[in-house]
Design a protein around this ligand. Structure first.
Ligand SMILES: Cc1cc2nc3c(=O)[nH]c(=O)nc-3n(C[C@H](O)[C@H](O)[C@H](O)COP(=O)(O)O)c2cc1C
Length: 324
């Protein structure tokens, strides 16, 4: 399948694995690359720029296909070593970067000078237009249903994607709620040029996370995610668990007076506890409503083969028969 996204990134299939904290290691990114999609290593999971450089080298040993790196710009008291991470990305020969979080403007000139292609992930048409204006190459449009940070506008993809298609001139992928061939065809129908998936990729054989995380995904339904940190305007969609319930109780009790320090026990340092140790009640970890559509743990190759087969069946048989 050829789209503006496969052409831009030199990949075979218009499917991207979004950056995922404590999931986006070399094992994940290389498995997606080897299956013809775009896999991404997540920078901030690597404690230092030197560790990111080593992870990029490790990934290169696992695939000779293109892969990229996610750079998430978070509000932080002590900012991560972004210049160091960017140096590791460029020196590591990475040609594709997914930016997310804050506006990437400050870092674009150095990435562009190194001929790195930038896909920026955002949750509103307003931010997408801004990113297009400052010169990113593509966008990942994250709807309200997404795992992680859906922003504060709460616009689901059935509205957000056609709105984006009406306004944008650069290519974009649909992100949030994507799981299968139906998602891909729907995304294309809405005007996107491919799709980005997070949660679905965690339930694969290669995802380097504790088996209990994959089990939790299989057992959950579309009713099991919660929005946390809304009062802090840092909303995150997570899978519910005892830690998340504790946090939501605090939000109710403290109301407007709540601060980050109040919720820190349920959100700071939670990812290694969940992803590595399988401590499923530790606190909030990102998970999309799409969890309700995930019923198995295939290899990444099986998953992407199945998605493309389903998409092809829908386009060439089901839709064609309806049209006829
Ligand atoms: C466990 C997990 C961790 C994530 N961590 C990040 C991250 O560090 N940076 C980022 O830009 N997006 C992150 N995301 C968001 C994904 O890249 C992607 O945009 C999102 O999962 C899409 O929604 P979906 O889960 O419905 O597919 C994360 C998502 C999950 C599920």
């Amino acid at each position: 399948m050829k789209t503006r996204i496969t052409e831009l990134f030199g990949i075979e299939r218009p499917i991207i694995q979004g950056g995922m904290h404590y999931v986006g290691f070399a094992e994940m990114a290389s498995a997606v690359a080897n299956a013809g999609g775009l896999g991404l290593i997540t920078s901030l999971t690597q404690p230092t720029a030197a560790d990111l450089a080593a992870e990029i080298r490790r990934c290169r040993e696992m695939t000779n296909k293109p892969f990229g790196v996610n750079l998430t710009f978070l509000p932080a008291v002590k900012p991560p070593d972004y210049p160091g991470y960017i140096r590791a990305i460029i020196d590591g020969g990475i040609e594709i970067v997914e930016t997310a979080g804050n506006n990437p403007q400050k870092w674009l000139p150095i990435l562009k000078e190194a001929e790195v292609k930038v896909i920026h992930k955002c949750t509103s048409v307003r931010h997408a237009l801004k990113a297009q204006a400052i010169g990113v190459d593509a966008l990942s449009i994250d709807g309200f249903e997404c795992g992680g940070h859906p922003g504060e506008d709460d616009v689901p993809n059935f509205i957000l994607l056609p709105r984006a298609a009406d306004e944008l001139t650069i290519p974009f992928v649909a992100s949030g709620g994507m799981a299968d061939g139906r998602s891909l065809v729907a995304a294309l129908a809405m005007g996107a040029n491919g799709m980005n998936m997070g949660t679905r990729f965690i339930a694969t054989k290669e995802a380097p996370v504790h088996p209990r995380v994959k089990e939790a995904i299989l057992n959950a339904t579309e009713l099991d995610t919660r929005l946390i940190m809304r009062p802090l305007r840092n909303t995150e969609r997570v899978l519910t668990n005892a830690g998340v319930q504790r946090l939501l109780d605090k939000e109710k009790q403290l109301g407007e007076a709540i601060t980050f320090a109040d919720v820190a026990p349920e959100v700071a340092g939670v990812y290694p506890k969940v992803m590595k140790d399988g401590d499923m009640d530790a606190g909030g970890w990102s998970c999309g409503m799409v969890v309700g559509l995930i019923k198995d743990i295939p290899t990444v190759q099986e998953l992407l083969d199945r998605i493309m087969r389903e998409a092809d069946d829908i386009i060439t048989a089901r839709l064609k028969n309806i049209a006829a």
